[in-house]
Design a protein around this ligand. Structure first.
Ligand SMILES: NC(=O)c1ccc[n+]([C@@H]2O[C@H](COP(=O)([O-])OP(=O)(O)OC[C@H]3O[C@@H](n4cnc5c(N)ncnc54)[C@H](OP(=O)(O)O)[C@@H]3O)[C@@H](O)[C@H]2O)c1
Length: 305
């Protein structure tokens, strides 16, 4: 086997049940495809069922045996998160991997159904609620994992607890809100790992980031004329979605992965390459912030973990 970690390192996954949020596109799509090829039952969770069904049918073309269930989940609507969990629990008795992958980046200011700034609401709060509502099943599945997808953009992130939603003094900038949401993903991952350890739960929390990967994520940035012009060059420099998905796939299935680890590409500036252990900034490891943010997330979502 090659020294670089690739999809050939994925162990057999039959008997495992895995949820991938945003499984219809980009990194989520590649993750669902890879897990299904190794025999897992995969829930392709998506906000648009038509897109999910199309993605599933493409995957079945190359893997007719693939066990893929498409289910509706809109992370920007807590009622949808609750409905998803109810339906999931009716049809499943275990949850081996929850891959919190879905995300939006650099969107203009708008609010989720529940009144949260959209990027924090979708990228973190929706996933926090989803994880919390599934916690009984995560706990009762031995060796289960929660994987949160962050970004290099977490490095510019700042948690402003007085103005998390950019409604007061803080000037809203699309990438500022994205950075906050991706730092939030890491604070949540590390606190969740501490929670598992403190309560002797046989589950781990792991984070991953894909470097720069050619997906639809940057479409809002490309609405600006300059960015539209530069887009073919920038996209040409990015790695494929299949390559970018490897850190989160590794975090989800590599038996050597430990709780609290963070995986990303090993190439220059962590922008491309095989998945390896990487580091996040000290702010992501700030325990006071993590505890405070956990409580705020519980309050905002109404979901206690
Ligand atoms: N691509 C990169 O270079 C890069 C870099 C750093 C981090 N990331 C992270 O990687 C993750 C995956 O992004 P991607 O690059 O694969 O982008 P993508 O191709 O745009 O996929 C994003 C997925 O999230 C889904 N989604 C968005 N809002 C949602 C909502 N409210 N409810 C449920 N699903 C929702 C999208 O659904 P629709 O198809 O319906 O829009 C899509 O399936 C994100 O968390 C992103 O922050 C990506």
């Amino acid at each position: 086997m090659s020294k670089e970690w690739t999809t050939t390192n994925i162990p057999g996954l039959s008997g495992k049940t895995m949820i991938v949020t945003g499984g219809n596109s980009g990194l989520g799509y590649e993750s669902v495809k890879a897990f299904a090829l190794k025999g897992a039952k995969v829930i392709l969770a998506c906000r648009n069922l038509e897109k999910g069904i199309k993605a599933k049918s493409e995957m079945l073309d190359s893997n007719p045996e693939g066990d893929i269930d498409v289910m509706k989940l809109d992370l920007a609507d807590l009622a949808s998160v609750r409905l998803f969990v109810e339906e999931y629990k009716q049809n499943n008795s275990r949850l081996d991997v929850l891959l919190n992958n879905a995300g939006i980046m650099a969107t203009p200011y708008f609010k989720t159904k529940d009144g949260f700034e959209a990027q924090l609401g979708t990228n973190h709060l929706g996933h926090f609620a989803l994880t919390g509502l599934l916690m009984d099943m995560i706990k009762s599945t031995p060796g289960s994992r929660v994987v949160n997808v962050s970004s290099m953009a977490h490095k510019s992130g700042k948690m402003d607890f007085n103005d998390l939603m950019f409604e007061k003094d803080r000037k809203f900038k699309p990438m500022r809100a994205y950075g906050q949401s991706k730092l939030a993903n890491l604070l949540f991952t590390y606190e969740l790992q501490r929670y598992f350890e403190a309560n002797n739960i046989d589950s781990i929390a792991v984070a991953a980031h894909p470097g720069g990967s050619n997906t639809r994520l940057a479409s809002h940035l490309e609405e600006k004329p300059v960015m539209r012009m530069l887009s073919p060059v920038v996209r040409g420099m990015m790695q494929s979605a299949a390559m970018g998905a490897l850190p989160q796939i590794r975090a989800a299935v590599d038996p050597d992965v430990k709780g609290g680890e963070y995986y990303g590409p090993k190439g220059f500036a962590e922008m491309f390459g095989s998945p390896v252990l990487v580091k996040s900034i000290p702010a992501a490891h700030n325990i006071d912030d993590a505890k405070r943010f956990w409580s705020v997330s519980e309050e905002l979502t109404g979901v206690s973990i």
